[in-house]
Design a protein around this ligand. Sequence first.
Ligand code: PLP
Length: 440
Amino acid sequence: MNSPLQTEHLWMPFTANRQFKAHPRLLDKAEGMFYQSTDGRQILDGTAGLWCVNAGHNHPKIVAAIQQQAATLDFAPTFQMGHPLAFKAASKLAEMAPAGLNRVFFCNDGSEGVDTALKIALAYHRIRGDAGRYRLIGRERGYHGVGFGGISVGGIAGNRKQFGPALSGVDHLPHPLDISRNAFSKGLPPHGAELAAVLEQRLLALHDPTTVAAVIVEPVQGSTGVIVPPQGYLQTLRAICDKYGILLIFDEVITGFGRLGKPFGADYFGVIPDMIICAKGLTNAAVPMGAVIVTESIYDAFMHAAPTDAIELFHGYTYSAHPLACAAAIATLEVYQEEKLFERAAQSAPYFEAAAHQLRELPNVKDIRNLGMVCGIELMPQSGKTTTRAYDIFEKCFWEKNVLIRTTGDIIALSPPLIINEAQIDQLFAQISEAIREQA
Ligand code: PLP
């Protein structure tokens, strides 16, 4: 017989530790669209883990690549050294990225990707003799991971308030969620593009545009409850950044690798930033890895600013381009192409959208919003108790309905692996519907 699990030593991230440990939700296997819980149930994965297992769990090609790599080259430094897979992974990622974005800096996750991109932006202006550009602009309800850079440009009070002032010289644009005008929008909401123009107002009225280094946004805000940009919004941000010489950074940690039916959100929106941050789906989450993809001209600026024998950017991680991560990334990017998973996501999106919006008449449903293979279902809070309704539904889904959903505040956020089929989409929404009804 297995001895009971000791839970006291692990300090769990973003978790109510005491509540969790009183009744742990544990997964010990996975395959394709399903997790297996330690009590032996098959749980349909409605969230691709944490928005990351885009090709489905334990994909045999990715597993084999990691196993083989672990037995071949466990680790090699990438500071003044290299290994071939690092270059191969960078080339494959550059091929998949929008035209013009073709230089890749590897890190280990989304948070490091954000810090890397912000540092590149600040250093880029400085090496070009424009060191007065030190400000960074993010958005309310933006999530850019948990590094000090990320929480500074991020706009989630809960992630900031325990940690003091973090970076100075940061401002935030308003988020574009407007349920009063856009409730139950399918795809891009019609109203709110004018909120992007707040950027120009702030630049002129408050900051002086020549002090701003970069604007960072998620093309679709994921972690704070699926906030889809209004029609024309991202185009306006791009135009304002161009007008004032400000770099535009897309944090595509969630929207990268097919979530919207295209390789990147930039492709979906037809808005090309100066840098893309990606992670999660880069390795199908099988080995941690992140990357910042920059334009050739940003890279070249660094190369031209320093002598050939000088280090151009004083930044990097022991595990930048770790061999196991590179092997996983190469295999994953091949799987996306060979199995046409981005096209598959684009084909499934209308069915997913229709299934999601069938929940509209259920009790306590305040809004449903979606794009590609992402959907948010916002619920009315229970009187005076934000988050409890969604949390109850999450627990019910896990223990009784055998589906994994994710909740943030009173919003259910869904982002299944891109391999989900129509029967599984039906199953996911049918189980969530029952849970919402029973909770009411
Ligand atoms: N940026 C965005 C948009 C994210 O959604 C996340 C994680 O969900 C991050 C950054 C941070 O990534 P990580 O948790 O890998 O550090």
